[in-house]
Write a protein that binds this ligand. Structure first.
Ligand SMILES: NC(=O)c1ccc[n+]([C@@H]2O[C@H](COP(=O)([O-])OP(=O)(O)OC[C@H]3O[C@@H](n4cnc5c(N)ncnc54)[C@H](O)[C@@H]3O)[C@@H](O)[C@H]2O)c1
Length: 373
């Protein structure tokens, strides 16, 4: 596991996913249990040794190449900063390891496709984190789609974001590289790969994109409280066209204040019903329950709009999404079968981010060509 000192690598992948799996074992479909034993990789020996000691992990190293060359290791996982990903994944795939990775898999589409090709030719099992699909809110939304609740789906609206402090007064709650494009930062690169698989899974493949990416806050302060120029976009306003005339519009911003129930929310509207899902909750309104508002700015609002929606139940215990996908990926790796979210799906995410940035720079709508390996 490389990058476990980072936000995602530590909290979601090590602490919430792999440590419980190390303690409980991985349960296979046939009832057998497989041992999962992590080896932690980091750049700083003191940090990684302390982390390993804290969690009772016996093996750690600063030498990624030696672990990758070790034939007893089955899976290489990467949650490093994005700019280090391609090189690391390439050497792991070349060494015949199964690979599981954070998104985005690469900073350019060419590299993302090359990685997907390489994994396919090497015959390794490859997976990319598609965590949003495992969130309780989106699981419920997906169920409504599967059950035909919406009738004909017309549109989706997504709001993602929160205020990320500049770092001069209060420290920023995200790493500074996120705001430097030369270090792989930028909200379009970060979020469009998520939005691509969310739209693909709920609505269908994205056919065209029109986006505007901007840097609202040009100066921020880094981890050492030094000012730096924010060269990457901190907000992206996107319109996505999907099969069947569906239009999705998603705002992503680190320069917005939250007046919502959750940090991300998606609303799907269809001829027979609508639903709004966040990370955990999902509420829905059927055609027969739809009120008939009449526009009249002279009168105060009398309809309690938020009360007119019904909670969609989970009907199951939904575990941490990162852990659920880890389990699925590891079962696939043990069985030697493809993981459903592989590096081609990852490449489509990188493609949407790249086209989003291009659309913004050129001020025009761009079609999304199909990627063939
Ligand atoms: N799935 C998600 O929802 C999600 C959310 C946030 C981030 N991510 C992805 O996870 C990856 C890590 O993001 P993060 O927010 O955890 O970042 P982070 O800065 O907190 O962690 C980065 C990790 O990479 C290591 N690293 C290696 N080389 C580095 C270098 N040259 N400079 C700085 N750090 C270096 C760090 O030691 C650390 O372990 C990114 O690729 C990001 O896109 C995914």
């Amino acid at each position: 596991m490389n990058g476990v000192t980072g936000r995602m690598g530590y909290r979601q992948h090590l602490v919430r996913s792999i440590l419980p799996l190390r303690d409980d074992g991985l349960l296979l479909e046939d009832g057998t249990r497989i041992d999962v034993e992590p080896i932690l990789i980091g750049r700083n020996a003191d940090k990684i040794a302390a982390l390993a000691a804290q969690h009772g992990v016996t093996e750690w190293t600063t030498d990624a190449a030696s672990v990758i060359a070790d034939p007893t290791i089955d899976v290489y996982f990467d949650a490093q900063v994005t700019s280090r990903r391609v090189e690391a994944l390439t050497s792991a795939i070349k060494a015949g390891k199964h690979v599981y990775t954070e998104k985005p898999t690469a900073e350019t589409l060419t590299e993302a496709i090359e990685l997907a090709r390489m994994a396919e030719n090497a015959g390794v099992v490859a997976g990319v984190v598609h965590d949003k699909l495992y969130l309780p809110g989106l699981v419920k939304l997906r169920r409504l789609v599967d059950e035909g609740f919406f009738g004909r789906i017309l549109s989706m609206r997504g709001e993602f974001g929160y205020w990320v402090f500049e770092g001069d007064g209060q420290p920023a709650q995200r790493p500074s590289w996120n705001y430097r494009s030369e270090d792989g930062g930028g909200i379009t690169v970060d979020m469009f790969c998520h939005w691509n698989y969310v739209m693909e899974s709920l609505l269908g493949p994205v056919q065209a994109v029109t986006a505007r990416a901007v840097t609202h806050i040009p100066t921020r302060w880094d981890e050492d409280r030094r000012p730096y120029s924010a060269t990457a976009d901190d907000a992206a306003y996107g319109i996505f066209e999907i099969d069947g005339g569906i239009v999705a519009q998603i705002n992503s911003s680190w320069a917005v204040r939250v007046y919502r129930d959750e940090l991300v929310e998606f609303q799907i509207d269809g001829t027979h019903g609508s639903a709004v899902a966040g990370l955990r909750r999902c509420v829905a309104q059927q055609r027969a329950h739809t009120p008939k508002p009449v526009w009249n700015p002279d009168l105060p609002v009398t309809e309690p709009f938020r009360d007119q929606w019904l909670e969609v139940p989970a009907n199951a215990d939904l575990d941490n999404g990162f852990k659920l996908q880890w389990e699925e990926f590891l079962r696939d790796a043990v069985a030697g079968r493809p993981h459903r979210f592989g590096l081609l799906s990852a490449a489509r995410g990188v493609q949407l981010a790249e086209l989003g940035l291009q659309s913004s720079a050129q001020g025009r709508r761009l079609e999304v060509p199909e990627i063939v390996l």
